[in-house]
Design a protein around this ligand. Structure first.
Ligand SMILES: Nc1ncnc2c1ncn2[C@@H]1O[C@H](COP(=O)(O)OP(=O)(O)O)[C@@H](O)[C@H]1O
Ligand code: SF4
Ligand SMILES: [Mg+2]
Length: 340
């Protein structure tokens, strides 16, 4: 069965959705340090794609490049194209990006106060977002739609919630408000950067559920950044594995998680399966993530990889650029692969 047919079988969706987001040759640089290098991937309309990798791998900077919110002093080059937008998002000015952000692509951050205005009632914030992009025709209609949306994301007493300020809510409720803000204009792509990581464990699953439901109801696509491989397995169809500012492996979630082809992916999966080893320690990949822009030449994982050879001093080629499925490793774990 082909990859697209497998995806269709798993999701019930027709296989040939058009490309929505196309990232090619994305570099993010700060001074002389390259923080994201030659990142390329595609997300199809309605597709949910996970982005995983340890802290410092370049996941957030990749996401911020897509929504045009890179921090001061950090520059992107390459290309980020979004269907329905007639210009490249890389290099677009703030005026152009403010027409795209919210309407075509929206982002949910780990920390909701990044996106919320502390001095404005939450109903007004959601309503204003709709008015800016003309999703609602007037203030009255926008106010009504805002309350409906606050209800949809599961805020109790949405009428009262609309009149309250962000600081009057718990962390989980604020995350729901930020989601309402992100979904206010029905964006075709929602980018989520560890949206539940800062929340109480008991709240995480409920907030995740409301995010996924919001995306599915709108047939929106999603790029979902998380540390949690189990969440990716539940929520996403495809996964991108990032390390050292590069995508090192990509493919359908089930394929990548049962038969990883990059030694880094293999390490991540082993660390997640064995939460605690026989001495009660947390299992992790040996060594630590190098500082920004200080990854080894050749394979970026070389200084931590038990399988590295002299060949790994060269940059491993990506195996299958055309389909966006593949890996960049000279010695993939084929011998241990499951044959099913
Ligand atoms: N504003 C910045 N200036 C310089 N370096 C940065 C900046 N933001 C992030 N970095 C560095 O870039 C690397 C990638 O960061 P990030 O994308 O946040 O990683 P992740 O989200 O995978 O944890 C990290 O080493 C981080 O320290
Ligand atoms: S290319 Fe070499 S160093 Fe890199 S992950 Fe594969 S085996 Fe390890
Ligand atoms: Mg991050």
């Amino acid at each position: 069965m082909s990859t697209s047919a497998q995806t269709a079988a798993a999701t019930g969706r027709a296989p040939a959705q058009p490309d929505l987001l196309t990232v090619r040759g994305l570099d993010v640089v700060s001074g002389d340090r390259t923080l994201v290098a030659d990142v390329g991937f595609t997300i199809r309309a309605g597709e949910r794609v996970g982005l995983i990798g340890e802290s410092g791998s370049g996941k957030s900077l990749t996401a911020l490049s897509i929504v045009g919110l890179l921090p001061e002093g950090v520059r992107a080059s390459g290309s980020v194209r979004l269907a329905g937008v007639d210009h490249d998002l890389v290099g677009a000015g703030e005026a152009a990006m403010s027409r795209v952000r919210g309407k075509h692509v929206a982002m949910v951050f780990q920390e909701p106060m990044t996106a919320l205005n502390p001095t404005m009632r939450v109903g007004r914030q959601v309503a204003e977002a709709m008015l800016v992009h003309r999703t609602q025709r007037d203030r009255r209609a926008a106010a009504t739609a805002a309350v409906e949306l606050l209800d949809r994301v599961g805020l109790p007493d949405p009428q009262a919630a609309a009149r309250a300020y962000p600081h009057q809510f718990s962390g989980g409720q604020r995350q729901r408000i930020m989601l309402a803000l992100a979904l206010a204009n029905d964006p075709a792509l929602l980018v989520c950067d560890e949206p539940t990581t800062a929340l109480d464990v008991t709240v995480q699953a409920r907030v995740l559920d409301v995010i996924v439901r919001g995306v599915q109801e709108r047939d929106a696509a999603m790029l979902f950044i998380t540390h949690d491989l189990a969440v990716v397995a539940t929520v996403c169809e495809r996964v991108l594995v990032m390390y050292g500012g590069r995508i090192v492996e990509a493919g359908p979630v089930r394929e990548v998680f049962t038969r990883p082809r990059h030694r880094y992916t293999q390490g991540l999966i082993e660390a997640s399966n064995l939460d605690v080893d026989d001495r009660g320690r947390l299992a992790t990949i040996p060594g630590s993530v190098p500082a920004a822009g200080r990854f080894p030449a050749g394979c970026v994982f070389r200084n931590r990889c038990a399988h590295a050879t002299g060949a790994c001093a060269e940059r491993p080629p990506w195996t299958d650029m055309a389909t966006g499925t593949g890996y960049a490793c000279f010695h993939p774990p084929t011998s241990e692969a499951r044959h099913d």
